[in-house]
Design a protein around this ligand. Structure first.
Ligand SMILES: [Zn+2]
Length: 211
């Protein structure tokens, strides 16, 4: 059933699914029709209006904080990124909200930082990485979300196969394709009926967001 199809991370509403809309706290208004995550992306850690954006993150009625995290491939100073990441984790901890993470070549450091906070949920979005990293994250109770780009990496497909279904999410992020196509593709890769995949991910969503 299309209604139980969850797209855990997208920047644009596409319809036909339960979409978690990811908004940039320094510019975008909330959307009333979709569950929202709000955060300051690590690429914007050096922006001037960070303080005002943090205030928004501390108060706006959202379902998650994100996307936030560390990106080793962007030119923004690492210590600035880390400070901002921690500031937002403090808010998530205080508000008891799950976090949606943007992590590029910074998995170990991210895991190390996360251990300092008590969070109701952690989702590594657009995951590209190894089965060994999945193992580490699963032991810590975290979730992993895969998009079209994740599936282009054979190593990441191996990691996807190693992930217990109760920690899995799917997302379209910036891809123009509808989320249904991704469900079909992943159901083939996992040899799991599409309907079952939808139900499992929907249950993950309910469990994490307590809706
Ligand atoms: Zn994104």
């Amino acid at each position: 059933m299309a209604s139980s199809c969850v797209d855990i991370h997208t920047h644009k509403r596409k319809g036909g699914a339960i979409e978690m809309l990811s908004l940039m706290a320094d510019s975008e208004p909330l959307c009333e029709e979709a569950p929202c995550s709000l955060g300051i992306h690590p690429w914007h850690a050096g922006n001037r209006d960070v303080e005002a954006a943090l205030e928004r993150i501390a108060t706006d009625p959202v379902q998650a904080i994100g996307e936030i995290g560390l990106d080793s491939c962007c030119p923004v100073d690492r210590s600035l990124q880390e400070t901002l990441f921690r500031q937002q984790l403090v808010i998530a901890e205080r508000r008891r909200l799950p976090v949606v993470l943007h992590t590029v070549r910074a998995f170990d450091r991210t895991m190390h930082i996360l251990a300092d906070y008590v969070l109701p949920g952690v989702i590594f979005h657009g995951f590209i990485g190894s089965a060994q990293q999945i193992g580490q994250g699963v032991r810590a109770g975290y979730f992993f979300s895969f998009g079209f780009r994740s599936l282009q990496s054979p190593r990441t497909v191996e990691a996807l196969r190693a992930l217990p279904a109760d920690r899995l999410f799917l997302e379209t992020d910036d891809a123009p394709e509808p989320v249904d196509r991704l469900y079909r593709k992943v159901s083939e890769l996992l040899l799991c009926p599409e309907e079952q995949l939808r139900e499992t991910i929907y249950e993950n969503y309910l469990r994490l967001f307590g809706i």
